[in-house]
Design a protein around this ligand. Structure first.
Ligand SMILES: Cc1cc2nc3c(=O)[nH]c(=O)nc-3n(C[C@H](O)[C@H](O)[C@H](O)COP(=O)(O)OP(=O)(O)OC[C@H]3O[C@@H](n4cnc5c(N)ncnc54)[C@H](O)[C@@H]3O)c2cc1C
Length: 387
């Protein structure tokens, strides 16, 4: 083992949740180290990057990091016949240039004083220390608090004996620049359990980039997720006239959909983002929850650090916040029960009625986001910068 460096807070994982939490803590004057096993934050991206209106209203993302606004959602039954088109009078979604966003966020973190250490894996925890393995070999870092921002299969959650995600979807997509084609930017969703069991297959085409993906319960893809994506890609809607390149970027990963975990803190640390299960169980959107929960985490940690009272971390409680997910957990259970194309197709006559369309609009164009946690001394920050 080499030297024993120290930090007050060690954040594991430089996804959106970890970057945001680390920066907020450093801006409050705390010593923070942020590690990620990736050597380059523009690689191994695990998200489509769709930001919903509520996030865009409440947070200021770096200039030039967002694609054109999307106001149209098209819902397709299996077979793609007679889709339901929903148009919103407002801008509903924008797709982030995630590589640019991660780089900007890492730069902002470093400028705020965070020690950003890439190519370094968290491997375990000892008494008041964390074990890391980086280019120089194994190191032990003395730390007062550990923040698990290390994704859906969080090692930190395990080591802190906190709750862990048990219900997971897996998703994969291909991304390519859009050349040709016409029509407004649109989000195409296909409800077909034979290609996306328990969730959706999607094409997001904002006129600049297209994302073609599938997600579902891993053990329910009839011939595996890769084969499902191949089949979907061959017939994906929303790409007429668009040139399909031979080379595409590939993204993918697990998506926790069981709702926010209950036990997400202990006196030694806490979880944020996917590690805390902070993803909408229905839409599988996790970017908005990353930002909101990290703000709450930073506020609670700040108070604990200032007062020297570790017990204050108990205020970071998943049980209270989870109540705001109840409806979405129920709808997820409903979606999980759609096991055959025939059942999915049967929902469409209802979806075509005025009341069916109204329900779909409420889900897709509603103002709901991750429940805003009440943090100590928190006042609403209008359009807080990220970060
Ligand atoms: C295919 C797909 C598409 C999605 N699309 C959307 C979308 O369009 N909109 C939306 O809102 N949500 C979407 N989601 C969900 C959303 O992307 C996630 O909820 C969000 O990105 C989670 O961010 P995070 O920072 O918690 O975790 P992550 O972004 O997963 O970051 C975790 C980080 O921890 C690092 N790490 C893990 N273990 C270790 C370790 N032991 N040591 C060091 N580093 C470690 C990883 O390298 C990674 O950088 C999608 C998810 C998937 C899988």
């Amino acid at each position: 083992m080499s030297s024993v460096p120290e930090t007050v807070v060690l954040v594991v994982g430089a996804g959106l949740a970890g970057l945001h939490a680390a920066t907020l803590l450093a801006r409050r004057g705390h010593e923070v180290m942020l590690v990620d096993r990736r050597t380059d934050l523009t690689t191994a991206i695990r998200t489509t990057g769709i930001f919903v209106r509520k996030t865009l209203d409440d947070f200021r993302l770096p200039d030039g990091s967002l694609g054109p606004p999307i106001r149209r959602v098209v819902l397709y039954p299996p077979g793609l016949a007679r889709p339901v088109t929903l148009d919103s009078p407002r801008d509903e979604y924008r797709v982030g240039d995630m590589a640019a966003l991660y780089l900007a966020a890492a730069r902002a973190a470093a400028e705020s004083g965070v020690r950003v250490v890439l190519g370094t894996r968290y491997t375990g925890r000892g008494l008041s220390s964390a074990m890391l393995t980086g280019p120089g070999g194994p190191t032990s870092v003395r730390t007062r608090f550990l923040v698990g921002a290390d994704g859906a299969r969080s090692r930190v959650a395990r080591d802190l004996a906190l709750d862990r995600n048990r219900q997971l979807l897996v998703g994969a997509e291909e991304v390519f620049p859009v050349v040709g084609g016409a029509g407004p930017p649109a989000f195409h969703c296909v409800l077909d359990p034979s290609i996306a069991p328990g969730y959706l297959a999607w094409v997001v085409n904002d006129g600049r980039h297209a994302h073609v993906g599938v997600a579902g319960y891993a053990d329910r893809f009839p011939d595996g997720m890769v084969a499902a994506l191949r089949r979907f890609r061959a017939a994906a809607p929303g790409l007429s006239g668009v040139e399909r390149p031979d080379e595409v970027d590939r993204r993918g990963g697990p998506i926790p959909v069981g709702g926010l975990l209950r036990r997400i803190s202990c006196p030694d640390g806490l979880l944020v983002g996917d590690a805390a299960g902070a993803v909408s169980p229905l839409t599988a959107g996790g970017l908005d929850p990353c930002l909101r929960l990290s703000e709450h985490a930073a506020a609670v940690l700040d108070e604990a650090l200032r007062s020297g009272d570790r017990a204050l971390l108990a205020r970071y409680d998943g049980v209270a916040l989870r109540a705001g997910f109840r409806g979405r957990v129920l709808l997820r259970r409903g979606l999980a029960r759609v096991r055959t194309p025939a059942v999915a197709a049967a929902a469409f006559p209802l979806l075509r009625t005025p009341s069916g369309r109204a329900v779909a609009r409420r889900i897709l164009f509603g103002d709901r986001s991750f429940p805003t946690p009440t943090s100590p001394g928190r006042t609403a920050t209008p359009r807080a910068a990220v970060p």
